[in-house]
Design a protein around this ligand. Structure first.
Ligand SMILES: Cc1cc2nc3c(=O)[nH]c(=O)nc-3n(C[C@H](O)[C@H](O)[C@H](O)COP(=O)(O)OP(=O)(O)OC[C@H]3O[C@@H](n4cnc5c(N)ncnc54)[C@H](O)[C@@H]3O)c2cc1C
Length: 364
């Protein structure tokens, strides 16, 4: 059916950006989406209490890449907002990622400069030459006490595997600061789409044909297309022929309160208490002005939607088998977090999509 230049599977940032770019050069594009809404995991909506919430976990946009920010700014205005997070340990709230104030509060010290903080941590860290897993990476950067209280149980709860079995890249993503900067992220640009992600996606995909509730498998034999852009799970595409790629999922429990704010921070982490890992009150970041609030408790789980690829050596090798199969296919492009089995932030996904577009534009 129909002579499409591109069939695009998925309306997350990967699929939406490519659909927008390819349509802009007059390619015939059809987007299919198995869910009933746009936006992939970045989707947000107003809940029954009128609060703008993020359906698949909090999405804090940030980037150092002005090109990406400028590109997205064609589809949204922004609310600049620096995310600040606290971690609850033994009933006290500490700045997280760990910075000099965290050290002073936790160790009851009075470190005044970055050099003092560095020297102090040197007395705490465990000497490990080439940290080979998440536990070693933290021990070599922060030492045993901070590892035990801030990381060990959080990592276990989040991944349900021992930190020694996780690649060091998982925890190496979290910065350690010797100054008193208490922002959650280092990126220069930190902002929320002013009217939410859903509106941003509506603008991106304006005038583009989308079929909702349409899994690829249902229509793949009925559609004719010259090129395929696939942003779904790569193992599903190949009928799991090498086995299933494992993911960690989350269950979200929403609670609404009849007060302006529930907590003072957009996010509080609970490494050691409760079955949930964090409580997010996204209203701090969206800036919504209303008298009630919704919070979300996040419970990590093996069951549910595929959220976090689990980067163990075994799983990454399994993914490589699929990648090799994908490379053999002509005019088929696998992009995004599910098709490349990688945890990618939104700005990275947008960059990859824009790069792929550049490449496709040059193609005859
Ligand atoms: C809990 C959580 C929190 C996050 N927080 C942040 C954050 O704070 N900041 C940040 O930058 N990034 C964050 N991310 C990452 C962000 O979600 C991703 O970068 C982004 O969603 C990736 O876009 P994508 O298009 O590749 O994939 P997705 O957003 O997952 O979109 C894929 C789309 O394809 C559809 N699809 C899949 N398979 C099929 C099929 N077979 N047929 C039809 N449609 C299909 C899906 O329904 C989905 O709509 C977070 C991720 C998670 C899981």
């Amino acid at each position: 059916m129909r002579d499409l230049d591109y069939l695009i599977v998925g309306t997350g940032f990967s699929g939406a950006v490519l659909a927008e770019r390819l349509s802009s050069i007059k390619k015939k594009v059809l987007v299919i989406e198995k869910r009933s809404h746009l936006g992939g995991n970045s989707y947000d909506y107003y809940d029954e209490h009128g609060i703008l919430v993020h359906k698949y976990g909090p999405h804090y946009f940030r980037t150092n890449d002005k090109n990406i920010f400028n590109y997205l700014s064609k589809f949204t205005k922004w609310r600049h907002y620096e995310y600040r997070v606290r971690t609850s340990v033994d009933g006290n709230l500490y700045p997280f990622p760990i910075n000099r104030d965290t050290l002073n509060q936790f160790f009851n010290t009075n470190l005044k400069t970055e050099d003092e903080a560095k020297e102090f941590l040197k007395t705490k860290i465990v000497s490990i030459k080439n940290p080979g897993n998440a536990e070693e990476q933290i021990l070599a950067t922060l030492g045993k006490e901070l590892y035990e209280k801030f990381y060990k149980n959080y990592t276990k709860k989040q991944w349900n595997i021992a930190p020694t079995k996780l690649e060091s890249s998982v925890t190496a993503r979290i910065p350690v600061r010797y100054n008193t900067d208490d922002r959650y992220f280092n990126e220069e640009i930190q902002a929320m789409p002013l009217n939410g992600y859903f509106k941003l996606f509506e603008n991106l995909l304006e005038n583009i044909e989308i079929w909702f509730n349409t899994p690829f498998n249902k229509v793949k034999n009925d559609l004719e297309y010259k090129n395929l852009i696939y942003t779904g799970p790569i193992d599903e595409f190949f009928d799991y022929k090498f086995g299933k790629l494992p993911y960690r999922s989350l269950k979200f429990v929403h609670e609404n309160y009849d007060k302006e704010f529930y907590q003072n921070w957009v996010q509080i982490n609970y490494p050691n208490d409760y079955d949930y890992t964090r409580i997010v009150e996204i209203k701090h970041a969206t800036g919504q002005n209303c008298s009630n609030t919704t919070i979300v408790k996040e419970y990590p789980s093996d069951q549910g939607k595929p959220f976090y690829p689990i980067p163990t050596k075994y799983n990454l090798a399994l993914y490589k088998n699929y990648e090799q199969e994908a490379l053999k296919l002509k005019n088929s492009y696998f992009i995004g977090r599910l098709a490349t089995y990688r945890y990618l932030n939104m700005d990275e996904v947008v960059k990859n999509a824009l790069d792929l577009f550049q490449m496709l534009q040059k193609k005859k």
